[in-house]
Design a protein around this ligand. Structure first.
Ligand code: ZN
Length: 380
């Protein structure tokens, strides 16, 4: 009898063990909005899974097997069967790279973009626009305008930038939206003559899940951030900020970052792309800023600015580890990047960062490399 009771208890316990897919969806912890920041070595591929299981993928990293497989791996981990919404921020190879190959591997139901590229004379962009046109001959496509509501179930998602045009009225229900932005008075314009112009056109959105708010503006640039945030901040404040433009110093002005007051930022950098010292300094001095998480160690940030290794998803070279060990011992070694092209690492596995957000505004960030999680309480 005792044996039978133990057997029944064991059976019950096994039935209660959640599947990996259920954990990935956050189903065990109540309904969450889950966001996966996938490592594409300084490109973007960000997966959003709504509380009801709808999916939104923002950009598709670089072309080639590496990023395609990394995206497919995370889709599998998250139990994703189709991409309900495919959002292209702009027409650069670190964003559109794997889209066509991905469309052959998983169903895509709806496309979003900012309209034609202004770099259509570049052969690679022209070639992508041609195959992209073949995609949207088969899949419904929306050219987004600021203010457009996106039907991503269970969330409140609004386009706020597209084709160089900002949202020009306060966003409804956004805390702090519509107030004058005093930081505009000290905004310092930049020479952007060397910036690839389609970055300016990035299609970007804000998303709310209850009180939780997050923002993804692709590679939006310094001057276009200004048009969105000055003279008034029409979009309010945020819990989670994906650093604009991989953390490059062509973006992420104090007038923008300090006005949106992020609590946590995720940087989709590569070891040698993004992670600019100025970007770190702007985040470090931002009011109410708690933590930065990164997809990679940044050589530019060095030991002074990279966050604790626990919060870095990919640390893939011995010299980076040496630097971190040195940092822990207080030795502060100088770390020079080894020779090699930017954003070309082929390390495997590639780790992601996952955010699970709840309607009260609280959220948890998890590093898939080490399982380290940190929870952030709802704002008062
Ligand atoms: Zn980019």
């Amino acid at each position: 009898m005792l044996h039978r009771s133990i057997f029944l208890l064991l059976t019950l316990a096994l039935c209660l063990v959640p599947s990996a897919a259920a954990i990935a969806h956050g189903q065990t912890a109540g309904k969450t909005l889950d966001i996966y920041f996938i490592d594409t070595e300084g490109g973007q591929a960000t997966l959003y899974v709504s509380p009801s299981g709808q999916t939104l993928l923002v950009d598709t990293g670089n072309s080639g097997e590496r990023d395609l497989n990394r995206i497919l791996d995370v889709l599998t981990t998250a139990g994703v069967k189709q991409i309900d919404h495919m959002w292209l921020t702009h027409y650069h190879g670190d964003h559109f790279g794997s889209m066509v190959d991905l469309s052959k591997r998983i169903a895509i139901k709806q496309l979003y973009d900012h309209g034609p590229s202004i770099e259509g004379d570049r052969p690679r962009v022209a070639a992508f626009q041609k195959v992209y046109a073949e995609l949207y001959a088969k899949i419904p496509r929306s050219v987004v305008k600021p203010g457009d509501q996106i039907a991503f179930t269970g969330t409140d998602m609004t386009a706020v930038m597209s084709d160089g045009n900002p949202l020009t009225r306060p966003l409804a229900k956004a805390p702090g939206a519509g107030r004058p932005n005093p930081l505009c008075a000290t905004f310092a314009a930049r020479d952007e003559s060397t910036v690839d112009p389609d970055n300016h056109q990035s299609a970007g959105f804000v998303m709310a899940y209850g009180r939780f708010r997050t923002i993804n503006l692709g590679d939006l640039t310094w001057s276009r951030e200004y048009t969105l945030m000055c003279p008034n901040n029409n979009i309010g404040t945020f819990d989670l900020y994906l650093t604009n433009h991989h953390g490059l110093d062509q973006s992420g002005s104090p007038a923008f970052v300090h006005a949106i007051q992020p609590r946590v930022a995720v940087m989709n950098n590569g070891t040698r792309k993004g992670g600019a010292v100025q970007t770190y300094q702007t985040l470090e001095s931002s009011p109410g800023f708690d933590d930065l998480w990164q997809l990679h160690w940044s050589y530019a940030g060095g030991v002074e600015h990279n966050p604790p290794a626990l919060q870095i998803a990919n640390i893939d070279a011995p010299d980076q580890l040496a630097a971190i060990i040195g940092m822990a011992s207080g030795a502060q070694p100088a770390v020079a990047p080894p020779a090699g092209p930017a954003g070309n690492a082929a390390h495997s596995p590639a780790h992601y960062l996952k955010v699970s957000a709840r309607t009260d505004g609280s959220f948890t960030v998890t590093n898939s490399r080490n399982g380290y999680s940190k929870s952030y309480a709802a704002r008062p």
